[in-house]
Every structure is written in C-alpha cells, then in structure tokens.
Ligand binder design. Structure first.
Ligand SMILES: *Cc1c(COP(=O)(O)O)cnc(C)c1O
Length: 360
C-alpha cells in the first residue's frame, strides 16, 4: 500500500486511522455480521451510530442546547436554497460576496426574494475579506449570509461581520472543525463534510431552534423544510448512513487529538510552514492579503502558467497530488485540512524549495 500526500480541496484527505478502522469493520460491524452500508437506518445499531455522532459533535463544538444538529443530503449547494426557503420571512436578506460559493448562494437566494449584496471583494479577484464593520444592513433583512472560508480563493473571515443584530448564516464547508467557534454567534452554521470531515454526501447543519418552524416559503419541498428533518432527527427518509458513520469516527479522532483547540494549533503550525516559505520564495507567491489568509486552503502561483504546470507535474511524480488550483483561477492550491499531517507540509515545502533552486 502506498499513500500519497493529498492536497485536494475536496473530497479530501481523511485520517488514516479512521480509514483503517472502517476497513476493519467493513465485513462485520461489531458482531452484526454486516457492514454499516447494509443495515437498516431504523435499526438499533444505526440509531446508536447517529446518536453518538451527534453527541460527539455537540461535545467537540460545544453546541448550545437550543441548536439542532441535522445530517442532511444535497451538498452545500442544495443548502443555498434551503436558507431562503426556511428563513426569508420578509423575502429580503444580505449577502457578503467573498468568492464563488458565496456568489452561488447569493444567486440562489435571488430566486426566492430580494438578495442584497452588502459587500464584495470581487474587485480584486476575491483576494481579501472586505471590511464588514458597518454594512448597509436594513431592518427588514431576514439574515446576513457569509461563506466563512473561501475554498477557491484561500481567504477566511478572521472576525465575524457586524450583522447589526440580524441572524448570521455561515457556510463553513471548508473550515468545519478546523478551530473552535462560538456557535451562539450564528443562527445557522452548515457545511458539506467532504472538505474537512468525511465522505461526500453529508451536509451537517447546526440551526438555532427558533428558526425551525412551519412558516417557510410557499412551495418548499417537504424534504427541504428544516422542520421535517428536525422532527424526525434527520431520519425522515434514508439518511446517508455510511457517510454519517465515517463522520462519527472523525469526531472521535478529533476528540482523541485534543479537540478543536488542538486542531487549531496543528493547523496554524502547518499553515505557517507553507506561508513562511511562500513569503521568502522568489519563484512562488501567495495570492491572498496576509491578514485574511485561510488555514485550510493555500493558493499560490509562479506568475507563469507554464511554470505552474511544470511544478504540478513534477510534484505529482513525487507523490504530492491535487495541487492544481481551481479550474476557474489556475495556479496552485494546497488544501491542508485537519487530516493532513505536518510531515506532508514539511515535505511539500522541501520539494518546492528544491524545485525553485532547479528552476532559478
Ligand atoms: C465545496 C464547497 C461548496 C459546494 O459543496 P457541494 O457539497 O459540492 O455542493 C460550497 N461551499 C463551500 C465553501 C465549499 O467549499
């Protein structure tokens, strides 16, 4: 068996321990004589798996009791529609546009009501987080929406916007469980798990209970109504059982590693190694305003498309894979999620240094 250093933005690297455990339990989950993929989602065993996963997540994130945790399907992209469907009582909301995922959520919201652009960093190719200390938020807005970590551009909100008392909704797909957050500052925190938690197919949504009501936009499908999912503890229909099982294992792994403050320390250490190298390199350059740099997604360029391509190819040969930037921006991007070991970043930097000297 040989494992590569996987810098994919998502689906992405998972802890080896988790994969091994899952492999061990593949044919016979704890004496049941079957795999978790093969058992009823209404049975006692799966009930234990989903309840334990939720309890561990609540513990890790310190989720207050007045928030519901839902395990959903449809990807983060389907949730772009669920937010206005469930929250647009006045049919008006504010969006901060810091990249493509925020923009997609914004465009989706426009289908259902008036979505207002409160701030944007489009003027400089989303390479920074705009000042959000005094946004043009009006009283009739139902919520303020952000994408907290911008997977494609590599920026992250270091402080949350001043929402002037409005509910904050955050897509945390690519920074989920990367550091501690104060859930009570948000109305809704959600993300697809395939970036930092588990296999594609699960969306975790943490929703303040008062937002879970029957008062949704007309025409909202039963499945997309949060109340349907909450009333049924995410088991209205067949949930993504196997994905939830893997997420549960990752929660246990995070606990064992010391929880979210330990994760943050581990992630800061990794990111610093890479950013420090980029800051002194003559060949490679980071593309993002320093104060807004993400701990999870690190985009960089050489300034020459040919050199970028040469680097990506050479890196792949050495076992550093998926370093190509998003198809819409080019260059390189190293995603260094929780499960990327420090060693992976150290070796990548050594390789970049060697490549730089050879191509001076
Ligand atoms: C990947 C990503 C999405 C899209 O996720 P899907 O599950 O493919 O719909 C949305 N938001 C962010 C921040 C992402 O990184």
């Amino acid at each position: 068996m040989s494992r590569v250093y996987n810098f994919s933005a998502g689906p992405a690297v998972l802890p080896e321990e988790v994969l091994k455990e899952a492999a061990d339990e593949m044919m016979d989950y704890k004496g049941s004589g079957m795999s978790v993929m093969e058992m009823s989602h209404r049975g006692k065993i799966f009930d234990g798996i989903i309840k334990e996963a939720e309890a561990d997540l609540r513990d890790i994130m310190n989720i207050p009791d007045n928030y519901k945790v839902l395990f959903l399907q449809g990807g983060a992209s389907q949730f772009f529609a669920e937010v206005p469907m469930n929250m647009m009582k006045n049919k008006k909301a504010g969006y901060i546009i810091t990249g493509q995922w925020a923009k997609k959520a914004f465009q989706e919201a426009k289908i259902y009501g008036e979505a207002v652009e409160l701030a944007s960093s489009a003027d400089k190719t989303f390479s920074y987080i705009p000042d959000c200390s005094d946004l043009p938020i009006t009283d009739d807005m139902d919520y303020v929406y952000i994408c907290e970590n911008n997977t494609i551009y590599g920026t992250k909100f270091k402080t949350l916007p001043d929402t002037k008392g409005k509910d904050l909704v955050a897509d945390v797909s690519s920074c989920f469980l990367s550091e501690p957050i104060d859930v009570s500052k948000y109305a809704v925190v959600y993300g697809g798990v395939q970036k930092n938690i588990g296999p594609a197919g699960v969306v975790i949504a943490i929703i303040r209970e008062d937002l879970i009501t029957d008062d949704v936009l007309e025409g909202t499908p039963t499945m997309l109504k949060w109340k349907t999912q909450a009333d049924n503890d995410s088991l209205y229909n067949t949930p993504p059982c196997y994905g939830i099982y893997i997420c549960g294992k990752v929660f246990k792994w995070i606990k064992k590693m010391g929880g979210l403050s330990a994760m943050k320390e581990h992630n800061e250490k990794k990111a610093k190694i890479l950013y420090d190298f980029l800051d002194q390199s003559k060949l490679f350059k980071g593309t993002v305003a320093k104060e807004d740099r993400s701990l999870m997604n690190v985009p960089f360029i050489t300034g020459s498309e040919e050199m970028d391509a040469k680097f990506i190819k050479a890196a792949e040969k050495e076992g550093f894979v998926s370093l190509k930037g998003h198809r819409t921006v080019g260059g390189m991007r190293a995603s260094i999620y929780n499960a990327m070991p420090i060693e992976g970043v150290v070796k990548l930097v050594e390789f970049m240094d060697k490549f730089e000297k050879e191509n001076a």
